[in-house]
Write a new protein. Sequence first.
Length: 261
Amino acid sequence: MNIGCSTSCFYPLETEKAFEEVIDLGFDKAEIFFNTSSELELPFVNDLKKTADENGVRVLSVHPFSSALENMCIFGEYQRRYDDFIGIYQKHCHAAALLGAEFVVIHGALENRKIPLSDELYFERFKKLIDLGKSEGVTVCQENVNRFKSQHLDFMKKMRAALKDDFNMVFDVKQALRAGYDPFEFLYEMKNEIVHVHLSDNLLPESDCLPPGKGNFDFKKLFGILDKAGYKGDYVIEIYSRGLNVKSELASSKEFFDSMN
């Protein structure tokens, strides 16, 4: 088992510097969390790719900076706004392809909206994102995210039924907890559709997003469930700095997982 790290752990450090920190810690797998539109331009992406190649690091996934816009701009009813913003996702998919990443991670629409969004329209719009990914040879995935439609297991099951083989899920431990779920309930139901995993630890549901090894989450159980399901994906640590000495904490988390091997 080889665990990677997301550059988002170092936010608000600039993306390229965060990537260097991930590499300096000895991780050889990473998720790139883009933070602004200029980082999707070819010179910046090519520099990231050069850094990855020179250090033997595999970029696993890409997280769009525009997640906060998806509710209104991608999963909204105003067609022209959608037409104007969909190109951002084309750029994210292209950047992912250039970096050699397999996955693009989507948050989607908020659960509570002023104007309710039908599930059917949501699935239709998400399929368009999936098709953008396919045009670049990458897989667009739905992450379970607290306060979003995707926080609900029933919604994810309905999405799976609608998209069939095109449905792929990124599972995030802390997001499941924040939505009030036992993470293993999600895992057991979605184990065959999960293609990428965001790891964090917890002590109690209200004390989540801890560095792995600093809580009591049963990682061996998580790995066992997915291994038994034939999981071929990777695992990435994703925590928020929140005043932590994040580099030191991530070093300890890496040692924690290395000891499990």
